[in-house]
Design a protein around this ligand. Structure first.
Ligand code: MN3
Length: 203
């Protein structure tokens, strides 16, 4: 079963004004689609991996055959990261989380605003392309960033939420103002989905 591009769960324009329609169309239809296509091309060389999910491939990247490891790391990671990314955003998003995630953010970072500032800081400081992350290690929260399409799952962590800081995610609207994009992005966050992911990390 080949890996498939998941449909966007809303219209291209649904996240305006936080993310413009053209960026969403290019990001999903071109960038994410390319990761899926290139992942499938890599797996074709190793049919024994055909039954593995993209998450399993990324989690076990060090056991992937060396001749396709780089391709799976980049394109499998790209597929996993973007599949999460579309879902943790929604039209009229933003606000504040509830439930266990809200409690964990408060006990770890003090308050939501401090968490958001630290997360944005990780995104701003990520040199070049990559992602800012909130991860859970059996419930223990931490902020980090990765280069390229690397995913914290490779380090045994559960990615609760991540923001894409590749220029393709924001450059048409925000140009070089990555910090402005990171600040605005919170207004598109789907906290229900992020909280669901945190709950899943506890199991
Ligand atoms: Mn991207």
């Amino acid at each position: 079963m080949a890996h498939e591009l998941p449909p966007l769960p809303y219209d291209y324009a649904a996240l305006e004004p936080v993310i413009d329609s053209q960026t969403m169309k290019l990001h999903h239809d071109m960038h994410h689609a390319a990761y899926v296509k290139n992942l499938n091309a890599a797996i074709e060389k190793h049919p024994e991996l055909a039954s593995k999910s993209a998450e399993d491939l990324v989690r076990g990247i060090n056991t992937v055959p060396e001749d396709i490891r780089g391709a799976v790391r980049n394109n499998g990671g790209g597929h996993v990261n973007h599949s999460m990314f579309w879902k943790i955003m929604k039209p009229q998003g933003g606000g504040a989380p509830a439930g266990k995630l809200a409690d964990a953010i408060k006990s770890t970072f003090g308050d939501l605003k401090t968490f958001q500032e630290k997360f944005n800081d990780a995104g701003v400081k990520q040199f070049g392309s990559g992602w800012a992350w909130l991860t859970s290690n059996k419930g223990a929260l931490a902020i980090s960033s990765t280069a390229n399409q690397d995913n914290p799952m490779t380090q045994g962590l559960y990615p609760v939420m991540g923001n894409d800081v590749w220029e393709h995610a924001y450059y048409l609207k925000y140009q070089n103002r990555r910090a402005e994009y990171l600040t605005a992005w919170w207004n598109a966050v789907n906290w229900e989905e992020v909280a669901r992911r945190y709950d899943a990390s506890l199991k």
